[in-house]
Unconditional design. Sequence first.
Length: 102
Amino acid sequence: MGWADHYRRRDALDAVLRDARHDPSAPLIVDPDVFGSANELLLALDHRWQNKLTARMEAAALEGRVDEDRVTAELAADEPVLRAVLDAHLPLGSYRAVGMTP
């Protein structure tokens, strides 16, 4: 993936999250030029969540023992729409199937 593709995917994800502010459980609008399916879009949103969570966990580890629940809760508070979209569109049982943290 080149930089142009990266920015196109980033912009598409940002647009989905902007649209979801009012109703995170509403059907997601998939840009077919960027994502092949709603599942691919959800995996990309999960990837964004995981990247942010990993960065925060690593930063917390630099300060000592990591309270994973606290770090996860802080990220959810900072990214409420992202968390709400993932929660609304993936049943709890599927989190492990796509590598998500509830």
